[in-house]
Design a protein around this ligand. Structure first.
Ligand SMILES: Nc1ncnc2c1ncn2[C@@H]1O[C@H](COP(=O)(O)OP(=O)(O)OP(=O)(O)O)[C@@H](O)[C@H]1O
Ligand SMILES: CC(C)(CO)[C@@H](O)C(=O)[O-]
Ligand code: BAL
Length: 293
């Protein structure tokens, strides 16, 4: 695995990959690599000739009150894990390399960036969209792989590549969970045993909400809020029932619906979600649009 710490070196390596006619799959991360990240690497490996990953804890997506300083950075361990998966290129720049003094250009996906996590973390998705744009220009991949765990991020990034005409396919990959259901996250390591036990409420509630009888968006939301309220040490950030593309509140459950939840367990903010399949088959009810003659 080649480790590139400068933008110039990474751009040179990706240009060489493209010149050789190979496809390049890209997995952006903030490090503290776990099986969720490695599932993205494997998806990239299955779909592309060459795989590049990045590790960059992006200061721009953290508010001053957030956990930038304590975010885990086990770099040597991360390198070993990515190497063991056969990743060919790792881009690991410093903050100075990515944001030299005087850099004043930001990328903002208006509207979407204020919903879900964007509502509780103002400026977060501006930071994400800005760094991902930069990473895309630097790595110039054929396809980029992101986890469905960060569902709002995925919606923001799909809009980014569409609106800015990045010739890059965005691939969303399923949430990888611990055996007991907890969604894997770099921040899980901050949880004490009791906070971790409480955190299981999130995945359990998402599991239960999927089979709620007589479901409506309002009933699903009320169910999630009540489930979190019953776990004494959890504090709800949001529980939303939305369209997975626009992140606007769902009016009904007749199309795929994103059920997303964020909560604090102690000092750690966790997110989890599920996509619900439509409750009725609207396609079957739609009039036929194409008539064969
Ligand atoms: N459990 C998971 N399953 C699938 N993909 C995941 C999972 N956890 C993270 N990812 C994806 O890995 C990529 C890098 O995420 P990141 O480095 O922020 O990890 P993280 O575990 O989500 O960290 P944190 O929860 O602390 O933000 C993102 O596309 C994210 O959606
Ligand atoms: C996409 C990303 C690497 C941008 O910093 C980050 O938000 C993440 O790890 O999900
Ligand atoms: N996975 C999103 C990164 C963050 O929480 O800042």
């Amino acid at each position: 695995m080649q480790i590139h710490t400068t933008i110039a070196a990474m751009q040179k390596a990706s240009a060489a990959t493209r010149r050789s006619g190979q496809t390049l799959g890209f997995v952006p991360t903030m490090g503290a690599i776990h099986q969720g990240h490695l599932s993205l690497v494997r998806a990239a490996r299955a779909q592309c000739d060459v795989v590049a990953a990045s590790i960059f804890v992006n200061p721009l997506q953290f508010a001053p009150t957030e956990d930038l300083d304590r975010y885990p950075r086990p770099f040597e361990q991360d390198v070993a894990l990515l190497r063991s998966e056969g990743v060919e290129h790792l881009f690991a720049p410093t903050p100075q390399e990515m944001y030299p003094a005087g850099a004043t250009t930001f990328v903002e996906v208006a509207g979407l960036s204020e919903r879900l996590d964007g509502a509780s973390r103002p400026g977060h998705f501006r930071g994400v969209a800005t760094v991902v744009s930069k990473l895309f220009h630097i790595v110039q991949p054929t396809a980029a792989f992101f986890g469905q765990k960060d569902a709002a991020q995925l919606a923001v990034l799909r809009a980014l590549v569409r609106d800015q005409n990045f010739p890059i396919r965005i691939i969303g990959c399923p949430i990888v969970r611990e055996p007991d259901g907890l969604a894997m996250s770099s921040r899980n390591r901050f949880l004490s045993p009791s906070e971790r036990a409480a955190a299981l409420t999130l995945s359990r509630a998402l599991h239960d909400v999927a089979v709620l009888p007589n479901a409506t968006p309002d009933r699903l939301r009320t169910f999630l809020i009540e489930a979190i309220r019953q776990a004494p040490s959890l504090r709800l950030d949001y529980a939303e029932i939305v369209d997975p593309e626009t992140l606007l509140p769902a009016q009904d459950l007749n199309r795929p619906t994103l059920v997303a939840i964020a909560a604090w367990s102690g000092a750690t903010r966790l997110i989890d979600n599920a996509i619900l399949a439509p409750v009725t088959n609207v396609a079957a009810e739609e009039p036929e649009l194409c008539h064969h003659v």
